[in-house]
Write a new protein. Structure first.
Length: 313
């Protein structure tokens, strides 16, 4: 039926005569629906009701309204949207923090923070637990006494600012107990023996991130990994710095270097070590390692391995 077509409805007038009125139905979408689907309800034309019948079978006329249906109520106009908030100002880069606090992890020397900012950014505002071993340059690895005077913690101050909700733990052979912060805990430990590290570990929580920047002696790095990697949470990162340099004061002659140890795992998924007991201990942890990545000095592949990043499964 074309738009504008009218249909008739019968109504009863006061004088008893029958009258016909016309109502435009198809002049609107609602009207078209009433014509096309007359049995539907809810504002559309309803299916005609069946005629009433008397006991003798005679049909009885019923009254129907000639009133037009009420016009639909218009939907309320949506309120104007508030303007989008301004984008947040960029946060301080980890390298900038390292340079501000005087850490050699920044642009002045090692440039580790370029890698660390990328790796650690997802944890930046999380209430994580973080451990760093080796808190200030110039300890026994450089021929100085373990009881040397200490008066700064560059990397710890950097971590406290970069991770505003993290609990930071520091481990060192020298004394840093003078530094007080409600999110910092200090552990004094000589890493020359695994038993010393195990004793310190008993006072520690599980960690999300561990960074070994201690003496850099191969057996210290390996002792630390064997004792502390089990304290790393699933999905956590264990990082060993300065793989290319070992101090003469601590390094054991003929020991497998930590860089070579993790390079063997990176290439073969098995650790190789001259000391078979150490090799066995490392391979016992192999199934817990989902990935091992080695980065070279200055991120130049032609140079020696400098830092290892191990991800726990």
């Amino acid at each position: 039926m074309a738009a504008g077509t009218k249909t008739a409805t019968r109504s009863k007038e006061d004088d008893g005569a029958e009258a016909w009125s016309t109502v435009p139905l198809a002049a609107s979408p609602e009207g078209f629906a009433a014509l096309a689907y007359p049995w539907q309800k809810g504002g559309e034309a309803a299916k005609p009701a069946p005629k009433a019948v008397t006991a003798k079978g005679e049909s009885v006329k019923t009254k129907t309204s000639s009133k037009r249906p009420a016009a639909p109520v218009a939907a309320p106009v949506a309120a104007a949207r508030a303007p989008a908030p301004e984008p947040a100002a960029p946060r301080v880069n980890l390298t900038a923090l390292a340079d501000r606090f005087g850490s050699d992890k920044g642009s002045s020397k090692h440039r580790y923070t370029e890698l660390y900012h990328m790796l650690f950014h997802p944890w930046r505002d999380a209430p994580i637990s973080f451990l760093e071993m080796g808190l200030f340059i110039g300890g026994p690895e450089h021929g100085k006494s373990a009881d040397r005077k200490t008066d700064d913690l560059p990397s710890v101050r950097m971590w406290l600012e970069f991770f505003p909700k993290a609990l930071i733990h520091g481990l060192d052979v020298s004394d840093f107990s003078w530094f007080h912060h409600d999110r910092f805990t200090f552990h004094r430990c000589d890493m020359d023996e695994r038993a010393n590290i195990a004793a310190a570990r008993a006072r520690m929580p599980e960690f999300d991130i561990i960074v070994d920047d201690a003496s850099h002696a191969s057996h210290h790095q390996q002792n630390g990994f064997l004792e502390l990697f089990p304290r790393l949470k699933s999905g956590g990162l264990y990082i060993i710095e300065d793989l290319r340099w070992q101090p003469e004061t601590y390094e054991k002659p003929g020991i497998t270097k930590t860089a070579a140890l993790f390079r063997s795992f990176s290439e073969n998924r098995r650790f190789a070590h001259d000391d078979k007991s150490v090799e066995t201990a490392f391979n016992a942890l192999a199934d817990q390692i989902s990935g091992c990545f080695l980065f070279q000095v200055g991120y130049d592949k032609k140079r020696k391995d400098q830092v290892a990043v191990i991800h726990k499964a």
